[in-house]
Design a binder for this molecule. Structure first.
Ligand code: MN
Ligand code: MN
Length: 323
């Protein structure tokens, strides 16, 4: 292949990739808007998760991970369990975190929905931090500087950023592709962004100490190894099924139940975890039981001058808050 055709094929690929990202981003945006209507007092979280996941699939895309609905002190990694009875409370903060992929190209965004007026400022803090971080994000930027911006915006409002959660580089079928975008100015020295990279930026703000710990509940898993299990044909078949459905992206226990049948799911999860074929994502709870807000968008550093916000969660919040 001569260089001209090679360059042409790269350019075409880039356009195709960009198109996939844009489509994924648009579905996330629409799903977050739909979430605004679905999140209301006493609504079952299970119903919200399934409606949003159904919307994603009906839009011709796939969830990149189960819809996360994390309420109040729970910062992240909660999706409805099978027959979950949790409902939306009357007061507090509901964080809806949605990931969508088109052919493996992922957009990941989150919106905090304040219930009542008690935590508007806490959500504003995460929103302000995300707006400022997106504005500051450029190619060849030390990622630590984004953490400085996020921390400054959140502490300015009298809250703490959650220091052990971070934004992340995204790659095809890979939600956390190595580099992190910190939520404080500490750590990650000398890590720099590059042109063409895709990042999820996700500031978390809290009125607690600013750290999450793992809770006991685990409803999200992912395949961590494709190695064959010796002398367990059934386990190997299930691993194959999981790989062909979800690759190594996170999946819900609910989804596995649909794939292999409700009656087996607990036993299979225990077995696969024992084989180290899957790993769980325990819910993440603020260590001092502080209230937690989060805002997240996925952006592409298209060039030095152009950053594309694929998911525009900040626009949804702005409309909600200042209409
Ligand atoms: Mn997310
Ligand atoms: Mn994320």
């Amino acid at each position: 292949m001569d260089i001209e055709t090679w360059e042409l094929s790269i350019a075409e690929l880039t356009d195709m990739v960009l198109d996939c990202y844009r489509r994924a981003g648009k579905v996330v945006y629409k799903a977050l808007k739909l979430a605004l209507n679905l999140v209301e007092e006493d609504k079952p979280v299970l119903e919200i998760c399934e409606k949003l996941e159904g919307f994603i699939i009906n839009s011709g895309a796939r969830p990149a991970f189960p819809v996360n609905i994390s309420i109040n002190q729970v910062a992240a990694h909660y999706t409805a369990d099978i027959e979950d009875e949790l409902t939306v409370p009357r007061k507090g903060i509901v964080k809806v975190d949605i990931g969508v992929h088109v052919d493996g190209f992922i957009a990941d965004a989150a919106l905090s929905i304040p219930l009542g007026v008690d935590y508007l400022e806490l959500v504003d803090a995460a929103y302000n931090a995300l707006v400022a971080a997106i504005r500051a994000m450029k190619p060849f930027k030390p990622l630590q500087e984004i953490g400085v911006v996020i921390e400054r915006e959140i502490t300015k409002m009298g809250f703490n950023p959650i220091r052990n959660l971070s934004g992340h580089l995204i790659d095809r079928y890979n939600l956390h592709a190595g580099k992190s975008v910190p939520n404080t100015g500490i750590g990650y020295p000398n890590v720099v962004s590059r042109t063409g990279e895709v990042y999820a930026i996700e500031p978390f703000a809290t009125n607690g100490v600013g750290e999450v710990v793992e809770g006991n509940v685990v409803t999200i898993f992912r395949l961590s190894s494709l190695k064959r299990v010796k002398r367990d044909k059934k386990a190997n078949e299930i691993i194959k099924k999981v790989w062909s459905s979800f690759r190594s992206l996170p999946f819900a226990k609910r989804w596995l139940a649909r794939l292999i049948g409700r009656s087996q799911v607990d036993e299979v999860i225990a077995k696969l975890a024992n084989y180290k074929a899957i790993t769980g994502y325990p819910v993440l709870v603020e260590r001092s039981a502080g209230m937690v807000s989060q805002m997240e968008d996925t952006i592409i550093l298209a060039s030095r001058r152009e950053t594309i916000n694929l998911t525009r969660a900040i626009e949804i919040y702005r409309e909600l808050r200042y209409r």
